[in-house]
Design a protein around this ligand. Sequence first.
Ligand SMILES: Cc1cc2nc3c(=O)[nH]c(=O)nc-3n(C[C@H](O)[C@H](O)[C@H](O)COP(=O)(O)OP(=O)(O)OC[C@H]3O[C@@H](n4cnc5c(N)ncnc54)[C@H](O)[C@@H]3O)c2cc1C
Length: 427
Amino acid sequence: MKEIARETVVVLFNRDLRVGDHPALAEACAGARHVLPLFVLDPGMDARGRAGFLAECLADLRASLRDRGGDLVVRRGDPAAEAVRLAREVNASAVWASADVTAYARARERRLARDCERERLEFRLFPGVTVVPPGRLIPTGGDHYKVFTPYWRAWAGTRWRELVEAPERVSLPPGVEPGELPEAEREPYVPGGESRVRRRMELWLRHGLEDYAAGHDDLAGDRTSRLSPYLHFGCVSPLELARLGSRNEEFVRQLCWRDFYHQVTYAFPEISRRDYRPRGRDWNEDKDVAQAWREGMTGIPIVDAGMRQLAAEGWMHNRARLIVASYLTKTLGVDWRVGADHFADLLLDADVANNCGNWQWMAGTGNDTRPNRVLNPIRQARKFDPEGEYVRRYVLELQSYPGGAVHEPWRLSRPVRGYPSPITAQA
Ligand SMILES: Cc1cc2nc3c(=O)[nH]c(=O)nc-3n(C[C@H](O)[C@H](O)[C@H](O)COP(=O)(O)OP(=O)(O)OC[C@H]3O[C@@H](n4cnc5c(N)ncnc54)[C@H](O)[C@@H]3O)c2cc1C
């Protein structure tokens, strides 16, 4: 028999769309008679190209909760106001959620805390969005880690929490109208949801992980996990993935980068707009230059291939993200915010902490200890796409040009029809 500590708890889901290893849900189901899992479609959050993926994640979560006797209750409006309104309606005594890091999420959490206090509801935040909660690891003399390597050492050496099982039963309070799921306007590039990603994760761990260190920079081979959209929406627990993937240090290190940027964002919530380390740069405001970059028409094939992959698939290989970001900010001298906004518009895995953290790193305004680092796109292309296969896959004008020569079309004896000469703007 479970010990009933509370009658009813509302669990507000945000980007933790799973039943496995969900501490707030698990604890609510273990200790309350009734649990009301809630998702509120917030008109202030524009999911853009991710709406279809989100819709599938929610449908999958609802199905998992229904399998356990419960449901996902869906509402529209301000998540804080709706959670408190529903809590009153079902006579709940508590509202629980997973703690998040962005300015937007933290403002929501503050509203929730305030409204819960007013209504005498218990409000609690649980871990689950990262492996190690932001703010847990603090260096001496600071409030967060500013450099990755010391963070990695502390992160790898700390004790992680135990995984929690998915609840066996979810008992909804009686008489709640479940509400309608959003309709997917467009089929997502990849199917969303926890049950979908489980299979993908198992396959990746079995067949992809061993090769990760050697293969993760291979642009044409595309040998990374592609789990980022699922991590962003929380269909997969980052802690579970880190535990299951722990035999490959290089892979776990990437999950640590994710945690690193989350703890930076937690400490510096203005990360999406303000320079983390201002350097007083004058950015190039030439709109045509930025537009050519967005369209994949800079005349540098490896840059254009990355940008066209993004437009076609809502995704870009990490190595290409680094190259196009260096090219935009360091070579063309365009403000990193222009790049980050474009990524946020198109990426299926768009994530404030990872996107802006990485953009600022590459632009030299962020956490890189070598802020003047510039990636030479031609050298990068020769190294990570030696046969030009990645370039030819996305830059169709160059399809018939063989081998690695494709990286420098201006050297080819035959001119390439319809493909521009490199933009020469300088930072
Ligand atoms: C300019 C720029 C913008 C980026 N924007 C985003 C973004 O909006 N959302 C996003 O999730 N990632 C972003 N990244 C990081 C990285 O490119 C993607 O996480 C990765 O390509 C996703 O592919 P994967 O899941 O196959 O990664 P894998 O190589 O399989 O790595 C596993 C997981 O580790 C995490 N990870 C890997 N590399 C990084 C990194 N450099 N920083 C933080 N976390 C990392 C991701 O959650 C990823 O899913 C950006 C990188 C750059 C250079």
